[in-house]
Write a protein that binds this ligand. Sequence first.
Ligand code: PMP
Length: 355
Amino acid sequence: MKKHNFYAGPSILSEYTIKNTAEAIKDFAGTGLSILEVSHRSKEFVAVMDEAQQLVKELLDVPAGYQVLFLGGGASMQFCMVPYNLLKKKAAYLDTGTWASNAIKEARLFGEVDVVASSKDKNYTFIPKGFTVPEDADYFHYTTNNTIYGTELRHDPDVKVPLVADMSSDIFSRPVDVSKYDVIYAGAQKNLAPAGVTIVIVKEDALGNVDRAIPTMLDYRTHVKKGSMFNTPPVLPIYSALQTLRHYKELGGVEEMQRRDLAKAEMLYEAIDSSRMFVGTVAPEDRSIMNVCFVMKPEYDGLDKEFIDFASTKGIVGIKGHRSVGGFRASLYNALPLESVKVLVDAMKEFEKNH
Ligand code: PMP
């Protein structure tokens, strides 16, 4: 039975991406070689890299003066690369969850960090508002979508300093005003490709302004200069990423992704809000359209495992909440069809009827 894949990451990829990747594993671009064994310097792979960079620019409407990089090291590596390259004296950070606080920890190694607001004392169930970003900060870092807690900031904030965002779990789910950012980064393993590559969109003018020496591999300029080919890039994830990017373009770009994602999230939140058994964990105005977090109401305590087992009989996988939140989390990334959300909603209703 085809599974309904709600995992938070690595997570569902489209059939288009998986099929084309599988074919390239057998024969890549008519080379008679597998994508697994081809040189990253072959003209066929250089073409893949070029097209992937071009499509990121096109889909996110990246203005001139920015470079698109495909790097290893995960989004977690960006937690240190960002301050290494951009933090002169002071940076502002918004603390909205585990990943944001991991980024804060790294930034503190490089200079003064002003945590402008935090929702930690409410277990990160909302996005702080009304905070002030100091005008003398080198940048303001925030996480657009908090994968673990299911909160999301779906607009590009208006502050007086350049933005830096971790968009790992919601990139390509909406249009972004890239001109407000010095750096946007995203690990691939949600809306793009298998794990192993991170997209970094970096403003060229933001580089070269710090005094410290930067190790070669951690210096964005190294990768800009060499077109993400300074060292061997993660060839297979980049190939898969290209498939996903082509697919997004064919489907109508990020506006169309946003339309689909909103419809899926609306269907699931509607079911949660009208349920006698389940309740959402997040302030409604900050709810993520990518990761929907919910729990059993206290009077049904102890039924979590039974529901997860019941859902699995319908082919539903990956809905167990993160260990720091508990309950359930349904991730509705771009590749997840509306049909899977319907199956989940029906399972919730049926389970509720039986209890
Ligand atoms: N940021 C966010 C928002 C994430 O969801 C994750 C993990 N899924 C990370 C950063 C860390 O990513 P990685 O495992 O690629 O380092």
